[in-house]
Design a protein around this ligand. Structure first.
Ligand code: BTN
Length: 265
């Protein structure tokens, strides 16, 4: 399928230079790759600087969380991975995906995604009850520290119809009627927001972000099941855990897992 926007190296570098300026590391665009997360991880091991950015027009082995495949056809969507090098112990970065979710949601809102994009704890961005973006963060640890963090983000951009069961659970900027759908600008805008969030999070932790995270909580007040815990989602606590209000055990904070929405239509 012909691409719907001009995603080329020059446009991407120009867009990143406008948002990150000289803070940007390498900016790499390829037509097809297995997974931009793998490209970013390999580059990080080889010494790529912080805030290096990897984008592909298509992925042949795009990965989602929990071993799932990430649908990655050419010309349609944004496949972006960012290398970060936070000076912090690995445990501190557990809730970082929430901040990446806020960054992606803010960028979608900024380019006209309406109604407001929200976070589906812990790693998805939703508009309405449909997923518009997914986040896969992979850390490489050395000597008890985070040597690099690869933040992988997939955003559905131009897709007008999704195959199979994706049709009921996914949406895209095109389906939302967003006219400004330039993947280079979207990548650069998200990268700037993610890099700013990382810098602030590394020094101040989650506290300054909690208002934004809670304000975009798509699950609040809704019946959910996370692994064996079932109840009503009662918010995100100060450690970034999802609090599930259960009938038998009161409020149960959940650290990780896939959330099933029990009132989904
Ligand atoms: C999920 O929702 O399960 C996470 C999806 C993450 C997809 C992105 S696309 C860019 C990067 N490369 C990958 O292989 N995966 C992430």
């Amino acid at each position: 399928m012909a691409p719907h926007d001009a995603l080329d190296g020059e446009s991407l570098r120009a867009a990143v230079s406008r948002t990150l300026g000289d803070r940007a590391g390498h900016v790499v665009l390829v037509e097809t790759t297995a997974s931009t997360n793998d490209d970013a991880k390999r580059a990080a091991v080889a010494g790529a600087p912080a805030r290096s950015i990897f984008v592909a027009d298509a992925q042949t082995a795009g990965r989602g969380r929990q071993g799932r495949v990430w649908h990655s056809p050419p010309g349609d969507n944004l496949y972006l991975s960012i290398v970060l090098r936070p000076e912090a112990p690995p445990t501190q970065f557990a809730p970082f995906a929430l901040l990446v979710g806020v960054a992606v949601a803010e960028e979608i809102d900024a380019i006209g995604g309406s109604p407001a994009a929200r976070i589906k704890w812990p790693n998805d961005v939703w508009v309405g009850d449909k997923k518009i973006a997914g986040i896969l963060i992979e850390a490489s640890i050395a000597g008890g520290r985070v040597a690099s963090l690869v933040v992988g983000i997939g955003v559905n951009v131009h897709t007008a119809s999704f195959p199979g069961e994706l049709a009921t659970i996914a949406t895209s900027l095109a389906l939302l009627g967003v006219v400004q759908r330039d993947r280079a600008r979207l990548a650069a805008g998200i990268a700037r927001r993610v890099c700013d969030a990382e810098a602030r999070f590394a020094t101040a932790g989650l506290a300054p972000f909690l208002g934004d995270v809670r304000g975009r909580d798509a699950l609040l007040g809704r019946p959910v099941r996370v692994e064996s815990v079932e109840g009503v989602a009662a918010g995100i606590d100060e450690a970034g855990r999802l609090v599930v209000r259960t009938e038998d055990a009161g409020d149960v904070p959940v650290v990780a897992g896939h959330v099933e929405l029990l009132d989904a239509s």
